[in-house]
Design a protein around this ligand. Structure first.
Ligand SMILES: Cc1ncc(COP(=O)(O)O)c(C=O)c1O
Length: 375
């Protein structure tokens, strides 16, 4: 009997003009960080997020770093960040010389808890100069409550995995003073690697662009501050642009995949979907289920692997990890309680019906412990 093909978690869906645009880069000799695809990709992102400006960067981490600098974050400042995020969000704060202040997420939406943000900022000596909100798993945080809780502080959206998601009908990336996207290989839209900062302020956008190109003034070797080599290449932008042209189709496909998983687990007492607040239209980046215990999470991953399917544990509480354990925090145990229990399932937009059928069949053959409460 032949072994079934491996079903990966999330792979690029390169079914558009990616190869054509890459060939054009080579033929026209525009392969580096200047070129028409970079500008066009930026224009598309600005339009998609209702922003005046978009600046393409080498990756999403660099985009967050530049957003922090443009927000005026200085060495030694503290920046609020959800405890349940990818390390890159906290690392970008450290790259700016600042200190992450880990705040818990809520049970009902798995994103930054606005009440806890307000609690931190009500203390006179909090030392916080900016707030980063993360949209986890393609679902937006509660932006209205967070805007109020953050008071006058700059609010940065980490929309790395949330392209195409909506909050009350408006696109992720349209809310904060700045928003950052990632286009790495597992994202709905990939550029191979890449990121983008979007904002409305002309001066800040200019400063972000300037910092991303070694703070070089004109064409001579003249620099007016310490900058970074953070600009996206035309090659990456060529792929990103071809991808964004198919965003609608890819989102539709992901929504359909998520709908099938929803139906498959609807009556189960041992698996739950991600909570879906009313305000959010989830872009279904990575469909993930919640298990009753972390042991069930590992067991599910193992069962899937046996069936040739990649399932993966999602984020862990960052403050519980060695590099961040001494940093300030305000936690209520929610982020910690999700550690090991959020398991992502194959979600590529080009996952075909028979492959998803195999995943659903494997899910059906697996049985975990039941949740203690009813839905
Ligand atoms: C929430 C979040 N922030 C930041 C990043 C960093 O993006 P990149 O890998 O493009 O640097 C990621 C990447 O997966 C992410 O998920």
């Amino acid at each position: 009997m032949s072994t079934p093909t491996h079903i990966p978690l999330a792979t690029p869906d390169l079914g558009g003009y990616e190869a054509d645009y890459l060939a054009r880069c080579v033929n026209d000799n525009w392969v580096s960080s200047a070129g028409p695809f970079v500008v066009e990709f930026e224009n598309q992102l600005a339009a998609l997020t209702n922003r005046r400006h978009a600046v393409a960067t080498v990756n999403g981490t660099a985009a967050i770093h530049l957003a922090l600098l443009a927000a005026g974050v200085m060495p030694g400042d503290r920046v609020i960040v959800p405890d349940w995020t990818f390390a890159a969000t906290a690392n970008a704060i450290c790259h700016a010389g600042a200190v992450p202040f880990f705040v818990d997420i809520t049970h009902d939406n798995w994103s930054l808890d606005a009440n806890l943000v307000a609690e931190v900022l009500d203390k006179s000596d909090h030392g916080v100069t900016a707030v980063i909100v993360v949209h986890p798993l393609g679902q937006t945080a509660d932006m209205d409550s967070l805007r109020i809780a953050a008071k006058q502080l700059p609010l940065i959206e980490d929309a790395a995995g949330a392209i195409g998601a909506k909050y009350k009908g408006q696109p992720a990336g349209a809310f904060g003073d700045f928003a950052a996207f990632s286009f790495n290989g597992n994202k709905t839209v990939t550029a191979g690697g890449g990121g983008m900062v979007v904002c409305n302020c002309d001066t800040r956008a200019k400063s972000i662009r300037h910092l991303s190109t070694q703070a070089r003034v004109g064409k001579q070797y003249v620099h007016d501050t310490i900058g970074f080599n953070y600009r996206m290449t035309n090659l990456n932008a060529a792929v990103g642009l071809a991808q964004i042209e198919r965003l609608g189709t890819m989102l539709e496909a992901k929504k359909k995949i998520a709908g099938c998983y929803d139906a498959a687990i609807a009556d189960r007492k041992d698996l739950m979907p991600m909570p879906r607040p009313k305000w959010a239209n989830n872009s279904c980046w990575l469909y993930s289920v919640l298990t009753a215990t972390p042991e069930d999470g590992s067991c599910l991953i193992h069962a899937m692997a046996e069936a040739g399917i990649e399932a993966r544990e999602f984020w862990r509480s960052l403050s519980a990890q060695a590099p961040y354990s001494e940093m300030p925090n305000l936690l209520r145990g929610v982020s910690d309680s999700l550690t090991g229990r959020v398991i992502s399932l194959p979600s590529s937009s080009h996952l075909d019906e028979s492959s998803q059928g195999r995943v659903i069949e494997a899910l059906g053959s697996w049985c975990g412990s039941t949740f203690e409460f009813t839905r």
